[in-house]
Design a protein around this ligand. Structure first.
Ligand SMILES: NC(=O)c1ccc[n+]([C@@H]2O[C@H](COP(=O)([O-])OP(=O)(O)OC[C@H]3O[C@@H](n4cnc5c(N)ncnc54)[C@H](O)[C@@H]3O)[C@@H](O)[C@H]2O)c1
Length: 417
């Protein structure tokens, strides 16, 4: 199989990481065991564009064990774990990914995964599906469907479907409860703080930690930072999200105010230009700024570059920008996903559920007798409950079940006080 990775010499180290992830992903291992015999993905040719991490490797190897052919690229230039990519390449996966690729190489890698003419696509951020739509429209007709892993990708694909521009159906894996309410909240919360710590080793206790966006990811970061003793400040544009933050005990204010008092800033919005020149202007000396949203446009880096008299690397994934008046601002992971570029991404046990949703969605698209009508689809609620039940079982947790009588009571409109 064709592939391009940093160095195959890293394969052993990557294999050990993958084995560690397997030990934390019991739902995926159960799926592999269950469908490894019947191989329902026989005939599926899946092009994937998703962060190359040890958890992704478990997904890739599960897809292959269940019959699929796979070709893979990373969905972010800084998130590929080179040892994991090497282990996948060494085991015969067609993969084009290395840490630190430039924009041209990033799209080159996506193009390479399309050469084997996939009939299914898997995206995290929709770059692959956009490439098909922009440059391979003939291929789109042969693709049965795709899946999308993240909020930003789902937003864009829904907009595309609304404009009648979508050329094949897509399942919004992100929007499944067992993905959005777990991966984005607990996964991003923990791993983003992990990234900040690895890149800066700052003390959270007593610091003003500013979170832009109190959606799923932002809430996760806020909860975890508070748990470490930070004073959390939230900025928002959506009244209900801001109100939730207030009632969760967070301080809420506009970024123009937060910029003056923050010690550590993280953006988690999926929106561009959340931190711009007028926010850098009043920042404290030593402020640490990072992003955990999908693209690197939440912090306006050209504005920071413009303000800076000089810059230098002070630690891995940590650049010091010295401003003309002597203040220093520290930008982590070049404004890219701090949890993946400065740490390892989400822990395996939370990706276990996200990737179970990916697997089952691709299986559904592949097995359906006809291609679905064009559109962006939610996952059935029953799938969420099945995955959550299995996850609870693997954690040796039991829950109650409604009796027949209680089920009848739910819809008994004659019952009252
Ligand atoms: N780092 C990761 O591993 C990871 C994981 C999952 C999702 N993501 C990405 O993180 C981003 C957020 O995802 P989510 O699931 O939390 O989305 P979400 O829709 O649940 O929350 C986003 C929040 O940001 C707010 N917002 C938008 N513009 C804003 C602005 N200018 N200032 C302040 N708040 C603003 C919105 O009102 C919303 O409440 C997306 O880009 C998503 O793709 C990253």
């Amino acid at each position: 199989m064709d592939s391009k990775v940093k160095s195959l010499d890293l394969a052993d180290q990557g294999r050990r990481k993958i084995e560690w992830a397997e030990s934390r992903m019991p739902v995926m291992m159960e799926i592999r065991r269950r469908y490894g015999e019947t191989r329902p993905l026989e005939g599926a040719r899946i092009a994937g564009c998703l962060h190359v991490t040890k958890e992704t490797a478990v997904l890739v190897e599960t897809l292959r064990a269940c019959g699929a052919e796979v070709s893979w690229s990373g969905c972010n230039p800084l998130s590929t774990q080179d040892d994991v990519a090497a282990a996948l390449a060494a085991s015969g996966v067609s993969i084009f990914a290395w840490h630190g690729m430039n924009t041209e190489e990033f799209y080159w890698a996506i193009e390479r995964t399309l050469e084997f003419e996939p009939n299914l696509t898997l995206d995290d951020g929709a770059d692959l599906i956009f490439t098909v739509h922009n440059a391979h429209r003939d291929l789109a007709a042969k693709i049965r469907g795709g899946t999308e892993e993240t909020t930003t990708g789902v937003h864009r694909l829904r907009a595309m479907a609304g404009d009648g521009k979508l050329l094949y159906p897509v399942i919004a894996v992100n929007d499944a409860e067992t993905k959005w309410d777990f991966d984005n909240v607990y996964g991003t919360g923990q791993s983003s703080l992990d990234g900040i710590l690895r890149a800066s080793n700052v003390l959270f206790a007593g610091k003003n930690f500013v979170v832009a966006g109190y959606g799923h990811c932002g809430k996760g970061c806020a909860m975890r930072a508070r748990g470490m003793g930070a004073h959390v400040i939230v900025t928002e544009v959506k009244p209900t999200a801001a109100l939730k933050a207030v009632l969760d005990g967070m301080e809420v204010m506009p970024m123009d105010e937060a910029a003056k008092v923050g010690d550590i800033f993280i953006t988690a919005t999926g929106m561009k230009d959340v931190i711009v020149r007028r926010h850098f202007d009043p920042m404290k000396d030593g402020a640490v700024v990072c992003n955990t949203g999908h693209y690197d446009c939440e912090i306006n880096i050209p504005d920071l570059e413009d303000l800076a008299a000089s810059k230098r690397d002070v630690r891995p994934a940590n650049e010091e920008y010295s401003l003309a008046d002597g203040r220093r601002v520290y930008l982590l992971a070049k404004g890219r996903l701090v949890n993946l570029a400065a740490a390892e991404g989400h822990p395996a046990s939370v990706m276990d559920m996200s990737f179970a949703n990916q697997f089952l969605s691709l299986k559904a698209l592949h097995e359906e007798p006809e291609r679905r009508a064009l559109g962006v689809y939610d996952l059935p609620e029953s799938q969420d409950q099945d995955i959550a039940r299995l996850k609870l079982e693997t954690m040796e947790k039991s829950i109650d079940a409604l009796t027949e009588d209680q089920i009848a009571y739910l819809t008994d409109y004659a019952a009252g006080t």
